[in-house]
Design a protein around this ligand. Sequence first.
Ligand SMILES: Nc1ncnc2c1ncn2[C@@H]1O[C@H](COP(=O)(O)OP(=O)(O)O)[C@@H](O)[C@H]1O
Ligand SMILES: [Mg+2]
Length: 493
Amino acid sequence: MDDSAREFVGTFQKFMQDVINQAAVGQSTRTPLGEKLEAFLGTDAALLPIVTHEFGAHRLVDADLALAELASKGGEPPIGVSGGQQREHSSLSELLFSPFMKFDAGPVDYTSEPDGPDSSRRVISFGVHRLLIDDKPVVVLQRAAKPQVGREHASIEILCADAATSTRLLAEFSRLMLELSVLRGQVLSFTGDQYRNGSAGATFLARPTVTADSVILPPGVLETIVRHVVGIGEQKARLVEAGQHLKRGVLLHGPPGTGKTLTVRHLLARTPGTTAVLLTGTSIQFITQATELARAMQPSIVVLEDVDLVASERGMHGPQPLLFAVLDALDGLDGDANVTFILTTNRVQVLERALAERPGRVDLAVEIPLPDSDARRRLFHRYATGLPLSPDAVDTAADRAVDTTGSFAKELVRRAVLTAAEAERTVTDDDLAAALDELLASSAQLARNLLGGGSESPGGSAGAESSAHGSGGTWTAHVPGPGASFTSGSTIE
Ligand SMILES: Nc1ncnc2c1ncn2[C@@H]1O[C@H](COP(=O)(O)OP(=O)(O)O)[C@@H](O)[C@H]1O
Ligand SMILES: [Mg+2]
């Protein structure tokens, strides 16, 4: 920009400011929309306070359902607002009173939002409701979140003649949002957009269908976990009567690829109707919102996958590490909340200090160990099911694959099948053996580590393959179990 252009811009800016200041003198200029809504309210809207209530973007469908329910009790149909982009930047009062903009009634804006794993609902993203609450007229502007213009949250803005009515409306609205919530009983993953600080969205996931017999663990391990997570929920009434708390915290730890996530998926399959919120990696920063949701939608499960990954990261709520925020969220819920927290980790030692400093949060810690030779055979047979492989070849492969995991078995079989498919034939015992040779070759060490096999951790040698990967240390004590070692809450003090 040259000097004369710069001077022009400066003059123009000053001119515009003068126009604005001049216009502001005659501020209470009603827009056509303002006139219409005032007619509905039957009073001078310039004097009325506006109550704004914000909520998470993912609750828009619930808000839409709640307002539709309130609207069904009387009032006028919803209207939209004309005036293009400018209305996005304007508050409700600016839509009603503006010296520059002629906001008027227009078509309602809708958006389609998921209300289940395979369905969606048309909801109002920008529209004005004209409701009757206890026969009193109330105007409510419903807005979706719009991060592009800096609106991180969805909101309603309430305008009515008396404060008591807007309080009543807000209470009814919140109650209906919960009662009608489409999130209840669903499996949700919480995702944050790293460019939008603090805003979280919920994605609906289909509930997993993993059966107990497809999770291959040492005897008794899965039953212990299921009993804690599902059993306590089923015996809720009796436990409460006997003064026992319902809230529970479960920690699943063990080498990668051993079936921790699979176990969680089985737990979700076993708890239809339970609201589940899954947080993985950076989305763990939304622990507060997830806990709020879990509290509101009981019975519920909050899954924190691979918590070690964020153990030392700072949360967005303050200087303390995210892991502490997570543990405090566990503690923040009342004991009688029917909420289960499930934490998984590959590196339990990273969490030990934090858990020791915040005792009582986790009342069941279970090691998901490397499979022993028997479990390995069962795993290999499971992943070879339906293939023309001889039982002997499968057993031999399992016996050779010392210190490998379930995910290794699965990948091994896939490779064998792929080799055969490329040669345009069905898979043979030789393909299985060749694929195993390849994966066990020293050059494939990295691949093996990635698949959770060939662990070099202490005790990972063949001689100690029966789950010597315990955490030990100060906060767990192994309760000897058949082929497994797990710990129970009383020892985590
Ligand atoms: N114990 C197991 N029983 C059956 N399949 C397993 C087992 N462990 C791993 N797998 C297979 O490997 C995949 C990856 O395992 P996963 O549960 O994600 O491991 P982790 O969460 O412990 O790292 C599973 O989806 C499953 O197909
Ligand atoms: Mg996992």
